[in-house]
Design a protein around this ligand. Structure first.
Ligand code: 4G3
Length: 250
């Protein structure tokens, strides 16, 4: 997969794209990332990328020409043309399903907005998809682009340790993750649950599933609507609700 990122602040992205999951995906050759600055596609002496809003009002608006010219040039660099994604608070909310959908694309062109927004003609005629990483406003789209690229990178085959780990992850199953422990078995009087030290793999799997379900019911009941639960597991939640049986402090 190839991802082209358009940003007026390329320095904000260089570091994050060189390390951890994204760095590994690039090193493995399953993800190619190229960063472009629309300012480099301006023709005027001062390389102006923003202007006052027609109709007045506070703040600046990003001009259309640098985006159109930059995307024309970027599209000519490789095939296929690529879906253009704008990161904006007005976009559809990013979640596991949206990530899985974007991760199947052979190419994405990700646009980071700034100021009070971009000229509406960019949205209307250049952008295919508007995505938001959450209901809050950022100073610019760059942190959102890092989130998007990271989540899409971990869906590329061969990026995670084993193919199984993505499916087991939080949200893939519509459930939150179960509690994890490592050594020591007791630390400052806090013990690891006995079951995890028992070596009974089937019992451990049952305990983890139960923890995932109860934790999701308590913290994110909205996720249960789409979770794949057996009737017995649905009853478990009702019983826990009635008895308030829950070891989760949250
Ligand atoms: C306004 C994305 C601001 C319009 C970007 C871009 C939050 C998110 C910006 C626009 C952003 C988000 C830049 N803030 N929740 N700020 O994903 O197109």
């Amino acid at each position: 997969m190839r991802i082209d990122v358009l940003t007026l602040f390329p320095e904000m992205l260089a570091g994050p794209f060189d390390h951890s999951i994204i760095g590994r995906a690039r090193a493995a050759g399953v993800l190619e990332i190229a960063i472009h600055n629309p300012r480099d596609y301006t023709a005027d002496k001062h390389h102006i990328v923003d202007d006052y809003a027609y109709g007045g009002g506070p703040g600046m608006v990003m001009k259309p020409e640098p985006f159109f010219d930059c995307i024309d040039a970027v599209r000519a660099m490789a095939e296929p043309p690529g879906r253009v994604v704008l990161l904006t608070p007005q976009g559809r909310l990013l979640n596991h399903q949206v990530v899985a959908e974007l991760a199947r694309e052979p190419r994405l062109i990700v646009v980071c907005g700034h100021y009070e927004g971009v000229d509406e003609r960019v949205r209307e005629f250049l952008v295919d998809d508007e995505i938001s990483i959450g209901d809050y406003v950022l100073s610019g789209g760059e942190p959102a682009a890092i989130v998007l690229v990271d989540t899409v990178a971990r869906h590329q085959p061969g990026v995670l340790g084993s193919e199984a780990s993505l499916e087991e992850e939080s949200h893939a199953q519509g459930l939150l993750e179960y509690p994890q422990y490592t050594r020591p078995a007791e630390y400052r009087g806090m013990a690891v649950p006995d079951i995890l030290l028992s070596g009974h793999h089937a019992e451990i799997a049952k305990w983890r599933r139960r923890q995932s379900i109860l934790r999701t019911a308590r913290r994110r009941p909205d996720l249960l609507a789409h979770a794949d639960l057996t009737p017995a597991e649905r009853r478990l939640i009702e019983e826990a609700d009635a008895a308030d049986v829950d070891d989760d402090p949250a």
